[in-house]
Design a protein around this ligand. Structure first.
Ligand code: CU
Length: 450
């Protein structure tokens, strides 16, 4: 309390002292017969010097930051187009930094050089067509170059993917990612949001069976039409008028929806079921193959998210009600990146880069890039399943587990087998007893995702 009072007193006295000093200054100016707003030559010199000093501090600070934190600050790119994108970014940086130094130098240097001198009037320079032309045309050309290069890169990553690109769907919701691989036929099965069933059919995949299930649960489920009707018609159930209205409204909506489901059922061709049935779904970890092109189809269940793959230099919004696309080819395995960065447990990560709600920060997925052999083996397991000798089901073959949890395999190098003839399927099948574990994300936090 006492300290607060003293602080308050000091502030009040400070203000009073400042006011008195101002008054003193005004009086002394009057005595010197100067106007109180006249600026002395010394003041001008001081300001000019400060301009120059500020420029030196600004440039020095900029250079220091560049040296301290690096040029781009994102580490090496891990995708084919990523290198092109970094080149483009560097080009932009070179242009922007050159302009930054030039403009600020001119601004501060001339402010210092042409400090007001007594008896020298300012030069009156109202207009110059040539100068206007130069500083309009040159930036226009530079901007056009940047935009043309940028558009070319953008088109190449959002264009139609070639047929041999593997199609993977990334489904976003508050607050996680689900990846759906297109399976053997490389075709993603159809989906319709009306078929969403949180427990059974989170991705709302459309098959003869899932449509029938949706109809059944709409008709006969716990909150289904039959139940609502019987509640509304049962004279023994007392309902408040508000409750009754709410239930009637709910019933009306469900009757509309079930009509749409029946239409969907009538139109559905059961031949396309297998497109959906061979898709396989993974959570937590997205496995990719080095040198393989991927077309990612993005969906969102609730709000706009953004799929951000910083190491692959890719980002795309995921928008409810529409599918967005992006393609890239990883060109460095996780193991190679660990070696080149010298970080033992480095992992690629997929982030959500759109503030999408309270737990947005948790919305991420580990990405593991494998050599072709290892990836094919993993995909085969996902498509066909592998049984261990003891009858347990190994969902994750030892080789992938080793990459995920190097600490469990201290001697084994976390890499694909050297000799392709050794066949991963064999290794996976004969394999060490592997617990069918879902990778623990917490243990896989990227050391340095910068
Ligand atoms: Cu999100």
């Amino acid at each position: 309390m006492v300290t607060k009072l003293i602080i308050l007193l000091v502030i009040v006295l400070g203000v009073v002292a400042a006011a008195q000093l101002m008054r003193l200054y005004e009086l002394s100016a009057k005595m010197r017969k100067e106007g109180e707003h006249d600026i002395s030559r010394r003041d001008n010199r001081l300001n000019a010097g400060l301009m120059l000093a500020f420029m030196i501090v600004l440039f020095g600070g900029f250079i220091w930051l560049m040296v301290q934190y690096g040029w781009v600050g994102r580490g090496e790119a891990a995708s084919v187009h990523g290198h092109e994108l970094d080149w483009l970014l560097n080009l932009n940086f070179v242009i922007v930094i050159a302009v930054f130094f030039l403009c600020n130098f001119l601004l501060f240097f001339y402010a210092w050089k042409y400090v007001k001198k007594p008896g020298v009037p300012a030069y009156y320079f109202p207009h110059d067509n040539k100068l206007e032309m130069v500083w309009t045309v040159i930036p226009a050309i530079v901007l056009a170059v940047i935009i043309i290069f940028g558009l070319r890169s953008w088109n190449s990553v959002t264009d139609q993917a070639p047929d041999d690109a593997v199609v993977v769907e990334l489904f976003s919701k508050q607050f996680d990612w689900t990846a759906r691989y297109s399976g053997e036929d490389n075709k993603l099965g159809k989906f319709d949001y009306k078929l969403t069933e949180d427990a059974k059919n989170e991705l709302a995949l459309m098959t003869t069976e899932s449509i029938q299930e949706a109809i059944d649960s709409m008709q006969m489920g716990l909150k289904g039409i039959d139940n609502l009707e019987s509640q509304l018609n049962d004279r023994h159930i007392m309902l408040t008028p508000e409750d009754r209205d709410a239930k009637r409204k709910d019933l009306g909506n469900k009757e509309k929806l079930i009509r749409l489901l029946h239409q969907m059922k009538a139109k559905h061709d059961s031949k396309i079921d297998k497109q959906a049935l061979d898709d396989f779904i993974v959570k937590d970890t997205l496995y990719l193959c080095k040198g393989q092109e991927y077309e990612f189809n993005f969906r969102s269940k609730d709000v706009i998210h953004s799929a951000y793959f910083p190491h692959f230099r890719a980002q795309m919004n995921t928008v409810p009600g529409q599918t967005t696309r992006f393609k890239f080819t990883p060109d460095k395995t996780t193991t190679e990146m660990r070696e080149s960065r010298g970080v033992e447990n480095f992992n690629y990560v997929l982030y959500c880069n759109k503030i999408c709600g309270g737990s947005h920060y948790k919305m991420k997925m580990i990405i593991v890039v494998l050599e072709k052999d290892a990836y094919d083996a993993w995909a085969a397991v996902k498509m066909n399943g592998v049984k261990n000798a003891d009858g347990t089901y190994a969902t994750v073959p030892a080789i992938f587990d080793a990459i995920q949890h190097p600490e469990k395999y201290p001697t084994a190098a976390p890499a694909a087998p050297e000799d392709p003839s050794e066949g991963e399927t064999e290794e996976a099948e004969g394999g060490e007893a592997v617990e069918p574990v879902e990778p623990e994300v917490a243990a896989l936090e990227p050391e340095n995702a910068e």
